[in-house]
Write a protein that binds this ligand. Sequence first.
Ligand code: HEC
Ligand code: HEC
Length: 477
Amino acid sequence: MNRPTGHRVARGILALAVLGGLLAGCTSDSRSDGTTATTSSAPTDQELQDQGGADGTTVNQGATAFAQGMEALDSQGRRDFAVGNSFFNQNWVMAPSSTVARDGLGPIFNAQSCSSCHFEDGRGQPPTEPDDPTRGLLIRLSVLDEDGNPQPHPDYGNQFQDRAIRKVPAEGSVEIDVTEEPGRYPDGTEYSLGAPTYRLVTPEGKAIDDIVVSPRVAPAMMGVGLLENVPAETIEALADPDDTDGDGVSGRPHLVEGEDGEEVLGRFGWKAAVPTVRKQTTEAFANDIGITSDEHPDQPCMPAQTGCVDARSGGDPEIDADKVDKIEFYSRTLAVPARRDVGEPDTAAGQQAFEEIGCVSCHTSELTTGSDSAIPALNDQVIRPYSDLLLHDMGERLADDRPDGDASGTEWRTPPLWGIGLVETVNGHTRFLHDGRARSIEEAILWHGGEAEGARDRFEDLPAKDRKSVITFLESL
Ligand code: HEC
Ligand code: HEC
């Protein structure tokens, strides 16, 4: 089922940087080659297990592991969670409709509900065949002006909506070609990475040229409330934009415009362009589903899209603030699944290697949330997201060449790794990275470049059994 669309063409051998012996006998905490090893008081097994903190972790490991409310919610909280859950799953319909409360879909859109992309609150994958109904991949697009700055496309805006209501033309469809790029570990083991290229075509089949595109799969939802409540200073303190410690890893916060025009920390989305769960929600309603809100009163139509502009609205706004509140609350209080197999020899060895080869320079294992959320379960939690929420230059091979806010075409936010081992159980696939190009956790690691090149090289240099332990560790998250 993970077969990509399009033809496959084998192309040259990937150049492999060979860095010998870096790992031999490393045990110390401070290392001159810039890699990091863990220090000070080691977390207990219970702390390792409670990735979402003592109040925000669920022991559910099944197909609904990402869809659980936090245990610590009170009875009102549970009711709000349940209501938010139903709005998250609700399919919007075209206006006018007898079900006024949920009409206003489109005029152009990508999906009918939040959960069609975040299925079971999990993650999407790219389409696996041309008519795949999966809604897990969306395409942002821009045209570049003379200064190389992205501007909305005059016909399509900032996002490619591939569906539309009756009598309104959709913007078109996406074709993905995958080129196999073979590579080889220093020990001779072969692998192959599938490099995608994207082509957007109009409904008439004409290629849309002169654009830059940023394809993105829907990430999993759980734990976003905890990440939102980590103080900005904590994240900013992890940044090292000029790489003063010389480890090759810099990392910088993505500062974006807040509600009142002030600079705030961006946290969400693959380029950390969105500061809050609320903004992510209202933007998704407007751009992905075509539902207007107080914060986003405009439909995603460009002036040239007259069919879209003239279509009937489902109200002004189409979703009221109370419903947005409930979905926001629901998203924030989704619990993080507990880690499995803590303390097993294989996962413990993998965790140690993960730390020693420098994965933790970006995939920060521990953060503590702040104290001022109105939701008590989100306060003072020691969490283990394995992310610093910072932007890192990941090299040309992962670049989308489409700047987004202050993030360049090569920069991506370190994604949290909690729950990554349950994606297959919840979503039935193992597609990773921003556009789902990696077909396994191993491929995701092998795609790392730029600031992460050192860590990737050290991973490649590991003996096969240690590489496997790193993956076993990640599967336990
Ligand atoms: C068409 C598919 C699609 C739909 C529908 C959709 N999302 Fe998303 N969602 C995405 C993608 C893709 C991203 C990453 C966006 C980016 O990188 O800018 C995302 C990101 C998010 C995030 C941030 C997660 C993180 O770790 O950064 C949240 C929260 C979220 N969506 C909530 C929602 C809610 C609530 C709805 C319904 C109103 C919704 N989404 C509808 C595709 C979708
Ligand atoms: C320089 C920072 C950095 C380092 C070092 C780093 N990563 Fe990452 N990692 C990232 C970023 C950024 C992404 C997202 C890239 C993308 O989607 O294109 C990522 C993505 C991933 C993913 C896929 C996650 C997902 O949700 O799709 C895995 C798995 C992963 N990293 C594991 C590792 C391992 C193992 C190491 C050590 C060998 C490592 N990373 C080192 C920054 C880093």
